[in-house]
Ligand binder design. Structure first.
Ligand code: GLC
Ligand code: CA
Length: 557
């Protein structure tokens, strides 16, 4: 097997809780996934990234693990897992596990031991510090889920660090026995036959031993200064040598606060760390005009900024390192609602346009469940419908501590809450969208009657069939997987156009990001020749682009 097989693979992310429920308890599960493997095969994807399925008290839906070698009972048993893995492999689909290694659950036996006493052998598996003289936390770091990143523990009179929820204490990677236990656990999954790993917030694992206060952001908030810590690359190399070396695995690191230069250090082939990383620049809101409350009130990027960011990454990793390509995942709102237009008139067109713009880039594309249907944000209008710890905490913080009007905070949630992506997969137009025969753990988007797998499979012009075709193009044309990227019209406010070239082959990708009819500049018009590979309107003109029009032209020689 070519060890770089993942360079022309397409990954599909499953958020198990919301994918398919096989036993009617309202929660998606492993047998549900096994039962839908044929669907994924039909879509044509190569790899499933499975969000965490380990034993967990679910303070953060599985991103708080209490046993890394056991399956969460709600999701099934280890036999169910093995069956799912085997079924995937029979369909030629590989499985990538989600490794949450920056922190564990506070219910993990390591933490239960650790908090018992200062001289417990597991004390040093976590990060404990004395209070400041006045009793305050050791520094001003804040949790990503609101409030301080430190919680005081009465038993031993010290604070422990949690960059996320209180129930997600950070592991101390500086402890060699902890690292060894983690590598052993990963080898155990590897030897079971899984095909790769996605590493949760991996850029945060090495903490600066000085625990500096962090930079004041001028709005009462403080940047956490622990991304890309002093030993991060040492640890990744050590993990690679212990677990990955010599195995044809796919690896991707989720890397907050990593830019395209640092990305080469994480993903350069001769670095022996990771295959690729996820960065956040294009999904973090506008940098030109950032809001006061981070992602909650930052306006989305305009197209010129988006093109600039994506292109910078394309150019920077052209020869060294590798890009991962995504617009949505379980932490982001639905991409058609955010970057496209989810009105009845433009939803299908704009979902296809966005998919074209992303899937023709160089890198490994990631599709989040339901994206291939053009699923939309549900616009929940009551806080009672939200389940996510981040959303519930920010709601409390902004309404109670910051005194913002409820309606304003609800608008933030409707736009960027993580629950936007977590409503159940819409399989058919029947009861509960075919997701569950019981009561779903989170409300289903009522538009399932219109937007669902069954309907889209039958409609040759659906978003689903368009994604199938895009995936197929990557598998068929080497220029899609390997071609060199070149941006056209960098300053055009509504057209995203670029070329890809490989030897004699050349692609021209043209996308209209607006609902206005837009003239095609001469510079592009003269390039629009050859064969049309894919487009979201039936007939092609070369004078103007219609609302959300997308087209890919192919030329040889
Ligand atoms: C990552 C996950 C997110 C989780 C957080 C803490 O960002 O994608 O869902 O809440 O890490 O584990
Ligand atoms: Ca279930």
């Amino acid at each position: 097997m070519n060890k770089n097989w993942w360079k022309n693979a397409v990954v599909y992310q499953i958020y198990p809780r919301s994918f398919a429920d096989s036993n009617g308890d309202g929660v998606g599960d492993l047998r549900g996934i096994t039962g839908r493997m044929g669907y994924l095969k039909d879509l044509g994807i190569d790899v499933i990234w499975l969000s965490p399925v380990y034993q967990s008290p679910n303070a953060d839906n599985g991103y708080d693990i209490s046993d890394y070698r056991a399956i969460m009972p709600e999701f099934g048993t280890m036999e169910d897992f093995d069956e799912m893995l085997q079924t995937a492999h029979c369909h030629g689909i590989r499985i990538m596990m989600d490794m949450v290694l920056n922190h564990s659950s506070d219910e993990h036996p390591w933490f239960r031991e650790s908090r018992k006493s200062k001289d417990n052998p597991y004390r040093d598996y976590y990060i404990w510090k004395d209070p400041k003289e006045n009793g305050d936390p050791p520094n001003r770091w804040e949790s990503s889920f609101s409030g301080p990143a430190w919680t005081f523990d009465e038993t031993t009179g010290q604070y422990y660090l949690h960059l996320f929820a209180e129930k997600q204490p950070d592991l101390n990677w500086d402890n060699p026995s902890l690292r060894q236990e983690i590598y052993d656990m990963m080898k155990w999954w590897r030897d079971k036959g899984v095909d790769g790993f996605r590493f949760d917030v991996i850029s945060l694992i090495s903490k600066d031993p000085a625990f500096p206060e962090g930079e004041e952001l001028g709005n009462g908030y403080t940047a956490i200064t622990c991304a890309n810590g002093p030993r991060i690359h040492e640890y990744l190399k050590e993990m690679n040598a212990a677990v990955m070396e010599g195995y044809p695995l796919i690896t991707v690191g989720e890397c907050p606060m990593v830019d395209e230069e640092m990305a080469k250090l994480y993903s350069g082939e001769d670095r022996h760390e990771l295959n690729m990383i996820f960065h956040f620049e294009h999904v973090s809101g506008s940098r030109k005009n950032p809001g006061k409350y981070g992602k909650w009130d930052s306006p989305p990027m305009d197209l010129t900024e988006l093109k600039q960011v994506l292109s910078r990454w394309q150019y920077s990793l052209a020869e060294e390192g590798w890009n991962s390509i995504y617009l949505s995942n379980h932490d982001q709102p639905r991409c058609v609602s955010r970057f496209g237009n989810d009105s009845a008139e433009y939803r299908v067109l704009s979902a296809k346009m966005l998919a074209t713009a992303m899937h023709m880039l160089k890198g490994t594309p990631y599709i989040y469940q339901g994206e291939e249907l053009g699923m939309t944000n549900p616009a929940f209008d009551s806080i009672d419908l939200y389940q996510d710890v981040e959303s519930l905490n920010i709601y409390r913080e902004l309404t109670e501590e910051e005194g913002l009007p409820e309606s304003q905070v609800m608008d933030y949630l409707k736009k960027v809450s993580r629950d936007n992506a977590r409503t159940p997969m819409q399989w058919d137009g029947g009861k509960n969208a075919g997701f569950s025969s019981g009561t779903p753990w989170i409300r289903i988007n009522p538009n399932y009657v219109e937007i669902n797998v069954q309907k889209e499979q039958m409609d040759p012009d659906s978003v689903f069939h368009y994604y199938r075709k895009l995936i197929d193009l990557r598998h068929t044309y080497p220029v899609v997987a390997e071609g060199k990227y070149g941006l056209l019209l960098p300053d055009h406010p509504s057209i995203f156009a670029y070329t890809r070239s490989l030897g004699e082959e050349r692609l021209l990708v043209v996308c209209n990001f607006s609902k206005n009819i837009t003239d095609i500049p001469e510079e592009i018009r003269r390039e629009m020749s050859g064969r049309l590979l894919i487009a979201n309107y039936e007939e092609q003109g070369t004078d103007w682009l219609r609302p959300y029009e997308a087209a890919v032209w192919y030329r040889k020689g």
